[in-house]
Design a protein around this ligand. Structure first.
Ligand code: ATP
Ligand code: MG
Length: 191
């Protein structure tokens, strides 16, 4: 199974400077006092997976994700997060990489904010720029979806319990990878 090996945060939320957080295979627990930045690490993960809405990362606007101390007086500021996946368990199954099995795979999202408040995101796969769609296609191969409950946030369990059966079915479709095909069918019909 694919697992996260490392998350590296630069100027993201409460993380000034650059912080690298190792994740070991199996179970990792992050503990610390209230407000110390535990949930911000999960927000960083969602950010890097390309979650579009800042609300999902508990911020009013995307620029609010840049560390406050880093924004003071600067014309352009940046926050970035890299997530490195360990593929050593799956590289044999990956037929696109037959010649050169990858054991590590790194995705990065960089958010640039100008003084006027304009902002843009750039995405990278193994340091090569890519579009968010390309990133999501690659993530889908590993059944990783920014909106697909790979990350279960505070309140999500209660929300799932109170959903109607149709909404719950949509989650299953998303996790099973069916929703992606439905979206492609809808898009083709539109054009
Ligand atoms: P709890 O145990 O209460 O769930 P937590 O460890 O999960 O706490 P987080 O929610 O991750 O804490 O972190 C909240 C902290 O992050 C707050 O102190 C907030 O001020 C800080 N924070 C959020 N965004 C920024 C930012 N852009 N710059 C600096 N600090 C930030
Ligand atoms: Mg928290």
């Amino acid at each position: 199974m694919v697992h996260i090996k490392r998350v590296e945060l630069s100027h993201f939320k409460s993380f000034g400077g650059t912080t690298s957080i190792p994740f070991l295979p199996g179970f990792t627990v992050i503990s610390g006092p209230n407000g110390s930045g535990k949930s911000n690490i999960l927000d960083a993960l969602l950010f890097c997976l390309g979650l579009a809405t800042s609300k999902g990362m508990r911020a009013e606007r995307l620029p609010d994700l840049v560390n406050h101390n880093h924004t003071n007086g600067r014309k352009t500021t940046e926050a970035s997060v890299s997530v490195t996946f360990d593929l050593s368990d799956v590289s044999g199954e990956d037929d696109t990489n037959k010649t050169e099995p990858l054991t590590e795979w790194t995705i990065t999202r960089r958010l640039r904010v100008t003084q006027g408040g304009n902002y843009s995101s750039t995405y990278y796969i193994n340091n090569q720029p890519c579009t968010v769609n390309e990133l999501h296609e690659q993530l889908n191969r590993f059944r990783i979806y920014p909106e697909g409950y790979n990350v279960v946030l505070q309140g999500d369990v209660t929300r799932i319990i109170t959903m109607n059966s149709r909404e719950r079915r949509e989650i299953i479709d998303e996790l099973a990878g069916v929703a992606e095909f439905d979206r492609k069918i809808d898009k083709t019909k539109e054009t």
